[in-house]
Design a protein around this ligand. Sequence first.
Ligand code: SF4
Length: 177
Amino acid sequence: MRLPVLNGDGGREKQPFSGHTLQKHSRLRGAILTHSVCPYCAVGCSTNIFTKQGQVIDIEGNPASPINEGTLCPKGANIFQLQNNPHRAKRVLHRRPGAKEWEVVTLDWALDRIAVLIKDSRERGYEEKTEKGRRLNAVKNIGTLGGATLDNEENYLMKKLFGAGLQIVSIENQARI
Ligand code: SF4
């Protein structure tokens, strides 16, 4: 096969390319670009998420971000596996007290179960006043631990619910530990 000779380099040395090579292009061509933020830590690196036909095909650092200027640390560079992972749990699993096996339950059942347990624990742990009679309004037998994949709005709601709503004292997030 005769190789085409291209001169796309301003008159510098001509380079041969096969027809096959000329057909090649970036796998990101035609993809929809959406900006987002790495979910893993408080640095808040910006990401470019590329999708085709509703599927995420690639996630990279955003060069326009003043935070990370297109880079991602090794953990952030693997965000794609967070979204696209055969080991990702997609069903709610519950192991009853003393049971050896996990069983699949509905999300509604799990939420009801969590609500009942939190209410029960809170009623046992709520302290309205100190031993000296001073107002306390504290719940010390429940703690919350948020994850780095929570966004600002979710963290705001957690703080409102657990702190102001339920008077839970121990509110923490894994992202700053
Ligand atoms: S985990 Fe890495 S890439 Fe993600 S925000 Fe933190 S430093 Fe940036």
